[in-house]
Design a protein. Structure first.
Length: 89
């Protein structure tokens, strides 16, 4: 299972998303801090979930970072996050 698969599974379990995209951007960061030759270090996550209703950007980010703590502990270096609640939430 790739890190992208694990991220997708963890976020699906935690947030029951209406929309979830996990994109591996590691190749774009080759040579940057935290990048490894193997990749799987930098990602963009787009996530829409009712769990984010009423929460500001910082609170949403903290929830996602907490859900992905095991990935950060094992080499995930950076996330670009696009987090939202559905319009009717």
């Amino acid at each position: 299972m790739t890190r992208a698969d694990r991220i997708h599974a963890a976020l699906t379990t935690r947030f029951a998303p209406m929309l979830l995209r996990v994109e591996d951007d590691s190749a774009l960061h080759a040579g940057h801090a935290g990048a490894t030759p193997e990749g799987e270090t930098h990602y963009t996550v787009t996530l829409e979930s009712a769990a984010f209703a009423g929460l500001n950007r910082v609170a949403r980010t903290r929830l996602v970072n907490d859900a992905l703590a095991p990935e950060f502990a094992s080499g995930l270096h950076a996330l670009a996050l696009k987090l939202s609640a559905p319009p009717d939430a």
